[in-house]
Write a protein that binds this ligand. Structure first.
Ligand SMILES: Nc1ncnc2c1ncn2[C@@H]1O[C@H](COP(=O)(O)OP(=O)(O)OP(=O)(O)O)[C@@H](O)[C@H]1O
Ligand SMILES: [Mg+2]
Length: 325
């Protein structure tokens, strides 16, 4: 990382966006990463700088909310011909105004490779819950002949999402067979597009998670975020084959770095009290996000430092979303 970038990221450590409180925007729902304000006709989705891993919020990373929002916006724009998305407006680098949808109670995880939690579940036998008939001799990070859907339930706050099969989704009445079929086809098509875009930039979109729902007219719609480093794994394509053959870890440009740091440095994989992030790892993570941003958005990330919350307040007022006060 350049000295300039490191200085800008370090200076921003004191100004990250941890929390928002805009009662005038509507009813607040606080997700792990996003604060979502709802009125009848629109959502204001503010992506904070909070970072979560293993379903715990661990702290903040400089500029993460902006980088995620702008990457999601680019991802939505480049998939709009495949499926409608929830975006209405982008009044601030950290904010999307969105159409409220009824989210399906399932996360649509599409994977081109066996790694991460699926690799762990494959080894432990827990992957049987997907009812997918995995070959018995898969190697870590191996590419599947074709991408697969590994759905998971959306757990209540604090709980872990659980693997589930398509059969169980329908049997438990979470979705109808027709809804599920359309959602699966859409998720696979979105993933193919994400893979193409990543490949153009020398990256592999390893796997990714979609949230899908229905808008007020019952149209299938992609919501939340898309192809961001929070919802996706990205590897460098160039080094994939040699590293795979040698059984070495892939060159990761995503949150897996944080998961690895938590496991290696603190033995933390989701159980017990989460460790505090050091300033060093916060800056290093921010640099990763900035690097991926530059690749995927196609221009360098230029940090505009300063308090994020105050800027959002100004921009929401200018957009007429918040009354003057
Ligand atoms: N267009 C939309 N309509 C309805 N809900 C949406 C829409 N876009 C996003 N959401 C919801 O807003 C929330 C965004 O918050 P965030 O992404 O931080 O949550 P999360 O960490 O993924 O999950 P959790 O809500 O369990 O904390 C999610 O619950 C998501 O389902
Ligand atoms: Mg989410």
């Amino acid at each position: 990382m350049s000295d300039d970038l490191e200085a800008a990221l370090t200076a921003q450590l004191a100004h990250t966006l941890d929390d928002t409180d805009f009662p005038g925007l509507g009813q607040r729902y606080r997700g792990k990463v996003r604060d979502v304000y709802r009125t009848g006709e629109r959502l204001v989705v503010i992506t904070t700088d909070r970072v979560s891993a293993f379903d715990h919020i661990l702290g903040t990373v400089p500029f993460k909310g902006q980088i995620l929002t702008e990457m999601a916006k680019a991802g939505f724009e480049t998939t709009a011909d495949i499926l409608p998305n929830h975006v209405l407006d982008h009044p601030d680098p950290n904010v999307l105004v969105a159409r409220p949808c009824r989210p399906y109670p399932v996360e649509f995880v599409v994977r081109g490779y066996i790694t991460g939690s699926l690799w762990r579940d494959y080894q432990s036998g827990a992957a049987a819950a997907y009812e997918l008939d995995f070959a018995a001799d898969l190697k870590k990070d191996q590419r599947f002949a074709r991408p697969i859907l590994t759905p998971s339930t959306k757990a209540e706050q604090g709980a872990h999402d659980e693997p589930i099969s398509k059969r169980a989704i329908v049997e438990r009445g979470l979705m109808t067979a027709a809804q599920l079929e359309a959602a699966e086809a859409a998720a696979l098509a979105l993933y193919r597009r994400g893979v193409e875009r990543a490949a153009d930039r020398g990256l592999i979109l390893v796997d990714t998670k979609y949230e899908l729902g229905e808008d007020a007219d019952g149209r299938l719609t992609v919501i939340d975020e898309i192809h961001t480093p929070d919802s996706s794994r990205y590897w460098r394509a160039e080094s994939y084959p040699a590293r795979f053959e040698a059984g070495q870890p892939q060159a990761m440009l995503d949150k897996e770095n944080l998961r690895q740091w938590l496991i290696d440095t603190h033995g933390f994989s989701g159980h017990g009290p989460p460790p505090r992030l050091s300033d060093d790892i916060r800056v290093r993570l921010a640099a990763r996000y900035a690097e991926l941003y530059a690749l995927m958005v196609g221009r360098p990330f230029t940090p505009q430092g300063g308090p994020v919350g105050a800027r959002i307040h100004r921009n929401l007022r200018a957009a007429g979303l918040l009354a003057d006060s």
